[in-house]
Design a protein around this ligand. Structure first.
Ligand SMILES: C[S@@+](CC[C@H](N)C(=O)[O-])C[C@H]1O[C@@H](n2cnc3c(N)ncnc32)[C@H](O)[C@@H]1O
Length: 488
């Protein structure tokens, strides 16, 4: 039956203009992923009431129906919600065909699921669902939009439609009800999704998280470029260990899964950041820095470069001149180390010191910097460089542009060997893997760098003395070889 569904999907995807799909966040789940998602439910009662919010042509419901025999479900009611009337016929046909697997009834509701769900929650409409399966639309919700106001009425604050769908579906589950959803990874970290994460963990236990290691392949058909995860939640259940799995793509050929303690996956602070430990991660290590291994414990801070160039336009100069000090951009750091000034650079090389700029400048000294943006093609997410005070003789202050993060001690420079050691450590594979476990995007913010586990000051200085002995910053392989069996 799912083969027929696949054909319907392909036809619809091909015949629907990209603009229409983008406006509705309409990207259909490949059949192999739908089957995998259905396999993540645990056997429960023999009668199921399934919610499929943003149902498209019904692929997920069809996969669920197919899994009913294994789940011990003998009777199924499907509630499909789909805003786009153009797919309702195909949806109805596919839900009808589900009877090949299990006796079923179904209903299709048009309109906006957010509005329907909020109304149901507010008026306590029953019955609630035993299961929810969803691949929700991905679309930003603006602060003043009707959907945002509606959700606020039930206490859910979120910035994207996908989180709204998951949050509301979870609220519509009965105690013990299960939810499986495929969603972008963006909700796992960052302040915007913090209230949403709290909403999830207040209501449900996280049982499973699956990460597709390749950004491109999960939704081949529609060329959706983002990291996706599949989560399985159980409403009101006691939180136990979490199964974390990885596979490159929707073929699941290289699927690996391991169980991790909850604290290893979700940070214990108020941020509740969700980490997805790599396939080879040691299950014993804790999420986030170990006590005594934080940056703060080392007396080091990291801040975003304070010079926002478009706000300081009239104070910037292309080349150094009297009364101006170096202004450092990511472009000043390369595999060869720090190059300043850059002769034909498209950005300014310096900033004038005056009453307006003074407060944004750091005292001259040695610093470690990390780019805030890495390109998708870059092998590493965290790319660090060193500012060696000796490169700027006679200079009293330095400007760090906003696209850099700066490591400092109380707004002053670091001992040079410590700056080298930090940079070498941050350029290692250990850091890259730790970073990827909690950050799915290409931005590296100061808050992310504070989440890492750091070696002791003495170890960093030793590493720095080694790194400083090279003419150019040591490459990642050299750093890895130096660190092997030495730290931890
Ligand atoms: C990412 S697609 C997934 C479709 C289907 N669940 C699947 O897995 O193939 C999301 C679906 O949600 C629908 N949708 C978008 N906004 C909606 C809304 N506010 N209420 C209900 N459905 C909506 C879209 O038309 C689209 O079919």
């Amino acid at each position: 039956m799912l083969d027929t569904v696949e054909a319907v999907q392909l036809r619809h995807s091909r015949d629907t203009p990209a603009r229409h799909k983008a406006a509705l966040g309409q990207f259909f789940t490949p059949v192999s992923i739908a089957r995998f998602m259905a396999s993540l439910f645990e056997p429960a009662a023999a009668r199921a009431r399934l919610l499929d919010a943003g149902a498209g042509v019904g692929t997920l419901s069809a996969a669920f129906a197919e899994a009913c025999a294994t789940l011990g479900i003998g009777q199924l009611h499907i509630d499909a919600h789909e805003r786009d009337p153009a797919v309702h016929d195909a949806l109805a046909r596919n839900l009808s065909a589900a009877s090949a697997h299990v006796p079923r009834q179904f209903s299709i509701t048009g309109g906006d699921f957010v509005e329907t769900a909020v109304n149901r929650i507010q008026f306590g409409a029953l019955p609630r669902y035993t299961h929810a399966i969803l691949n929700p639309p991905y679309k930003k919700i603006h602060g003043a939009s009707a959907q945002r106001l509606l959700m606020r009425q039930v206490g859910l604050e979120t910035v994207n439609l996908y989180a709204a769908f998951v949050g509301l579906s979870l609220e519509l589950l009965e105690p013990g009800g299960q939810l499986v959803a495929i969603v972008p990874r963006s909700f796992c970290s960052g302040p915007y999704y913090r209230p949403f994460r709290r909403w999830l963990f207040e209501r449900a236990a996280l049982r499973r998280i699956h990460l597709f290691d390749s950004r491109v392949s999960a939704f081949k058909q529609d060329a959706v470029l983002q990291e996706n995860v599949i989560i399985a939640l159980r409403r009101g259940a006691a939180q136990g260990a979490v199964v974390v799995s990885h596979a490159t793509d929707d073929a699941f050929a290289d699927l690996v899964a391991a169980e991790f303690p909850f604290e290893r996956v979700v940070s214990r602070d108020a941020d509740q950041v969700i980490h997805v430990p790599g396939p080879a991660a040691p299950p014993a290590a804790d999420a986030g820095p170990r006590p005594g291994r934080t940056l703060a414990a080392l007396g080091i801070e990291v801040s975003t470069g304070p010079v926002v160039d478009f706000r300081q336009k009239e104070h910037l100069c292309r080349q150094p001149e009297p009364g101006a000090v170096p202004l450092l951009y990511p472009g000043h750091f390369s595999a060869a180390g720090l190059i300043w000034p850059r002769p034909n650079y498209k950005k300014p090389n310096a900033i004038r010191v005056n009453a307006q700029t003074q407060r944004w400048l750091y005292p001259a000294g040695s610093y470690t910097v990390v780019r805030r943006l890495s390109s998708k093609e870059e092998r590493r997410r965290v790319v660090a460089g060193v500012v060696d005070a000796r490169a700027f003789p006679g200079v009293e202050q330095l400007g760090f542009e906003n696209h850099l993060n700066v490591f400092h001690q109380n707004k002053r420079g670091l001992p040079l060997m410590l700056a080298h050691g930090l940079a070498a450590y941050l350029n290692s594979t250990i850091v890259d893997e730790a970073f990827r476990s909690f950050n799915g995007h290409t931005q590296v913010n100061a808050s992310d760098l504070r989440r890492l586990d750091y070696p002791s000051l003495a170890d960093l200085q030793t590493l720095g003395a080694w790194a400083a002995g090279f003419d150019a910053p040591p490459v990642q392989e050299a750093v890895d070889a130096r660190l092997e069996g030495w730290l931890r």
